[in-house]
Design a protein around this ligand. Sequence first.
Ligand SMILES: [Zn+2]
Ligand SMILES: [Zn+2]
Length: 322
Amino acid sequence: MPQIGECALGLLSRVARANGMPLQRLLEYVAKSTGAAPYQCSTVLAAVSNVSYSWLVHRWIDCDSRNHRRFLGLDWSSSMVLRFRHLQVCPECLAEDGYVRASWAATANVFCVKHGTYLLDQCAHCGAGISWRRPAVSVCQCRWMLGRSTFEKNSVPQLEQWSTWVQMRLQPEFEHGNARSQSENLCFRELPHWIQNLSVDAAFHMLHALGVRELQFARVATADVLKPPAAAVVRQILSRGLTRAKTIEGFDAAGLRMLNGLLYEQGVERLASRSTNPADQAFSRTLLEQFNRVNRQVRNTGRKRAHHQEDLFMDAPLSNNA
Ligand SMILES: [Zn+2]
Ligand SMILES: [Zn+2]
C-alpha cells in the first residue's frame, strides 16, 4: 500500500524488499524486461507496485534531455535542488512510519517539523552517505537502524519556518494539515516577503545565491553547484541566505551595494535563463538588473581608483632610476 506523501523510489524499495530483493535488482529486472533504463519510470513499475502510472510519475524525479526536472508536479531548474542519489531522511519518521517521504528529496527541505530535528544525509553509525542501495528504507548498508541515531534538537527558528514553508508548498495535501490553518497566524515572519511569490525551486536558488559565499568574492566551484551539497552545508548556506535576504527587499540600493562580492550572480543568471516559471524569471532578471546597475557604479569608481594606483606603480621604477 502506498502511503500519503511517500516517494516513488521509497515505495518501490518496500515492494522490492517484500519480494526478497534489493531495489536495484527490481529496477534492473524491470529494465531488462521492458528495455527502459533502470531509473526510468514505467507502467510496469507502476503495475508491480500496484499504483497508477500517474501516482508513480508524480513522485518520480524525471529529467529530460535539457536537464529540466519534474517532481511532485513542479519544475526544477538544476541538479542541485533535488536529492536523487544523495538522500536525506528524518530518522524518527522512518522509525515510526517506515516509509520515505517525497518532500525529503528537495535539497531545500532541511528540517522535520513533526519531530523538531534536522534531516540526516549520513549514517550516524558508519558515516556513509544515505543511498538507495541500503537493504531497507530504515536500515543503512552497515545494518544500522537509522532510527537509532541521536538527534540535534536545537534548531534555528529561521530554518524551521523555511522548512515548514517548503513542505507546505511541496505536499500541501499531506504535510501539516493543522499548520496550514495556522499559517495565516504564523505569517512566516522569519522569511523575506519576496520569497513567498516564488516557487520552491527559485526560492532555494535565490537563498543559495545569497548564502553560498561565506566571505566576499570567495570562489564558488562549478562542481559544487552541480550536485546537492551535504545537508550540514545546506543549513549553513540557507542560514546565511536568510540573514542576507532582507538586503534585497524592495531592491534598495544600499542593500544591493552590501551584496557586492557576496551575491553569487551566476546562480541568479542560471535561474533567470533556465526557470520555466514567469514569476521566478521576472524576479531573478529584475534582481540582476538592479544589482548590476547599483554595483556598476561602485565598480566604475573602484576601477578609477585602481587606474590611479597603477599610474603610481608605473612611476615608481622611473623615479628609482632617476
Ligand atoms: Zn520526522
Ligand atoms: Zn551505516
